[in-house]
Ligand binder design. Structure first.
Ligand code: ADP
Ligand code: MG
Length: 527
């Protein structure tokens, strides 16, 4: 089931700068070694990898980008591929393994063309010519995603990560959170981890959830709408200054000072009352003496709230943090629709709901920290994909179907190009077919047979949605078996891989230019 992965092959070791074709060869080898490290993880039947840390620690993962980031890779090309894959992860949260595999395939095919006497710059230009065609074809194949399609797409994106039950629960949570939030920004959904119960009992709560209790028991909760103020500071007494003419040895003086301070506190509470504030959220402390004053004034207050939480509360309630209670501007005041506390596993939690749908919290549950971490990683990915589908609600067939359709269209396009770029375009088409090939072989199927079968099915049915369903081993409509991907993920993976491959080809070009120009051993004739 698992494969021990020590350090990468020797080809991943740093190379000295080698000129010309040899440099390209080395770079391609590095890319291939990297792709080899992750190809077995591609798809729902992809294998897990066991990574060994230098300290003897182990991590089992099926996540391509995790594998790559853990490997200690020095080769600049390999590093560039890893950062392309990381960019894919940062931007679209999925498709990282595909990106690396595609980059390596593009480079292998490029090297083959170089060996046949085609200049890297010509190949780069042919590759670039493919991009607008790919964009158009993908747009044509894609279909608008219904809410159910989006949910299924998120489930597909988790294939291979954890068990089916976990995948379904996390996908549904992510899907609902993304819809409720509606911004398409994953960071807008809050996630809190609660170490109790089973992952299956994880839930989505509308509102900002904080593991906090109000500063004074006598403060009443706010079941109805009211005004909320967020203080990025504290409601504290001033410390007596050293040089104040205050003889704190004298009991009377201390008392007088405290009274003055209390009057001052009361004045600030009165200001809150005049501003009709009924909930106060404070980043720093709230003086003990102020607790009862606030309670008496009917103000519900929370202290020691972290800055990120303050920001989330502001977003949910439309408030703006103020730094000093002395100047409360009406524009800084937000609105809540409900504030209530609940005890979860004996910990008080306050839930602050704003008038809009924004500010939701996913409460992930799990019996151990390890389970929680695993769930959190999978949830982050699911949420990322769900948010992609909010921003661009279009889906493509998975199971290699989109890549097969692109390959077919690119070959047709190649025929219309009279120059040497034609061969590069064909090379691009062949590179895309690596995805269905590897998906098949990871599932124990014959990669060539399956690719041929799927290609023929697309031609027969005139539908780009025909692909290989790994679960059943059948060539079928990917929409019917809900093996779908966000358009943005596939598009991004292909364009990222293309850019990466082109820059490797260009490195070679630059090195060649610095070399002796008298020896154009692989320059095109007639150049
Ligand atoms: P990546 O890091 O590139 O997202 P994954 O390991 O997540 O790699 O694999 C994604 C690939 O698996 C996609 O091409 C997707 O279409 C494919 N896939 C997922 N489920 C199935 C399935 N049931 N049948 C065929 N392909 C599938
Ligand atoms: Mg994936």
């Amino acid at each position: 089931m698992s494969m021990v992965q020590h350090e990468q092959d020797s080809v991943l070791q740093d190379t000295s700068r080698v000129a010309g074709r040899q440099a390209l060869r080395n770079n391609v080898e590095a890319a291939v070694a990297l792709a080899d490290a992750v190809r077995s993880t591609l798809g729902p039947k992809g294998l897990d990898k066991m990574l060994l840390g230098s300290d003897g620690s182990t991590l089992v993962t099926n996540d391509g980008v995790t594998v790559l980031e853990t490997a200690k890779v020095l080769h600049p090309t390999a590093q560039m591929l890893i950062s392309t894959s990381r960019a894919q992860d940062d931007e679209v949260r999925d498709g990282t393994t595909s990106t690396v595999i595609l980059t390596a395939e593009l480079l292998v095919n490029a090297l083959e063309l170089v060996d046949r006497g085609i200049h890297p710059a010509t190949i780069a230009s042919g590759y670039r010519m493919c991009l607008p065609i790919i964009e158009k074809v993908l747009k044509d194949i894609s279909r608008k995603s219904t809410s159910n399609d989006s949910l299924n797409t998120v489930i597909t994106s988790l294939a291979g990560k954890g068990d089916q039950g976990l995948q379904n629960v996390l996908a549904e949570l992510a899907h609902n959170a993304a819809i409720r939030e509606g911004t398409g920004i994953p960071e807008d959904t809050r996630i809190i981890k609660h170490r109790t119960g089973s992952i299956m009992s994880s839930k989505l709560v509308s509102g900002i959830v904080l593991a906090k209790s109000r500063v004074h028991r006598e403060m009443s909760m706010k079941p109805d709408t009211g005004r909320i103020l967020v203080l990025d500071g504290g409601l504290e007494k001033r410390k007596p200054e050293i040089d104040a003419n205050l003889k704190i040895t004298q009991l009377g003086a201390i008392k007088a000072f405290q009274e003055r301070e209390n009057i001052d506190l009361q004045k600030r509470v009165d200001d809150l009352v005049s501003a009709k504030i009924s909930c106060l959220i404070v980043r720093d402390g709230i003086e003990d003496d102020a607790h009862i004053m606030l309670a008496d004034a009917g103000i519900l207050a929370y202290r020691r709230v972290e800055r990120q939480d303050l920001e989330d509360i502001c977003r949910a309630t439309g408030s703006r943090p103020i730094f000093d209670l002395g100047d409360i501007d009406d524009e800084d005041v937000g609105v809540f629709s409900r504030i209530y506390e609940e005890k979860w596993n004996n910990v008080d939690h306050v839930i602050i709901e704003g008038p809009t749908k924004s500010g939701n919290t996913v409460v992930l549950r799990g019996s151990t920290d390890l389970r929680l971490e695993e769930a959190k990683r999978a949830f982050d990915d699911a949420l990322g994909v769900a948010c992609q589908l909010i921003r661009e609600p279009y889906i493509l067939p998975g199971g290699g179907a989109s890549q097969i359709a692109l390959a077919r269209q690119l070959r047709r396009f190649a025929e219309t190009i009279p120059g040497r770029e034609q061969m590069a375009i064909e090379g691009f088409a062949a590179a895309l077919e690596a995805i269905p090939r590897i998906l098949s072989s990871n599932a124990g199927l014959d990669p060539i047979d399956e690719l041929l079968r799927a290609t023929a099915a697309q031609a027969d049915s005139k539908s780009a949605w025909q692909g290989l369903d790994i679960n059943s081993g059948q060539i079928t409509d990917m929409g019917e078996v809900s093996v779908t991907e966000p358009l943005s993920v596939t598009k991004h993976a292909i364009s990222g891989a293309t850019e990466a491959a082109i820059s490797v080809l260009r490195i070679d070009d630059v090195l060649w230019a610095k070399q002796d120009a008298q020896e154009p051993d692989w320059r095109e004739e007639g150049d």
